[in-house]
Design a protein around this ligand. Structure first.
Ligand code: AMP
Ligand code: ZN
Length: 116
């Protein structure tokens, strides 16, 4: 995908980010506009637009994103009290960045799953 994609540019080191974990295939960095005390984004380094495309195209890599998200949650001290993983996918979910990312939220009660 390359230069058109914000998160590919973070992977390439062209845009700074506060990286909290890196594996051979995934990257985790702090959200620039955190919506919870802990708010980390976990992405595959390879470009997929959303979680549906990732899960259909490379389910093993989707699993690696989940594994990294869980390690981040553990390292951030979220396992005891709980945390939330979220993949916004497409227009109805309000997805803004079309490079798949898991939001890892925690550090305080997160409220209801959705607002009606
Ligand atoms: P989504 O609405 O699920 O596509 O979420 C996109 C997320 O990316 C938002 O929570 C933004 O705050 C976050 N974001 C946008 N630009 C950056 C950036 N340069 N570094 C870190 N997070 C970002
Ligand atoms: Zn990308």
């Amino acid at each position: 995908m390359g230069t058109d994609c914000l998160f590919c540019r973070i992977v390439a080191g062209e845009i700074p980010a506060t990286i909290v974990r890196e594996t051979a295939t995934t990257l985790a960095f702090r959200d620039i506009d955190p919506k919870a005390p802990t708010h980390v984004l976990v992405i595959p380094k390879e470009h997929y637009a959303d979680v549906a495309t990732l899960a259909q195209g490379d389910p093993g890599l989707a699993g690696e994103v989940l594994a990294t998200a869980t390690t981040v949650a553990e390292e951030e001290g979220l396992l005891a009290d709980g945390f939330r993983l979220m993949f916004n996918t497409g227009a109805y979910a309000g997805q803004e960045v079309f490079h798949v990312h898991a939001h890892v939220f925690g550090g305080a009660p997160l409220g209801p799953m959705l607002c009606r």
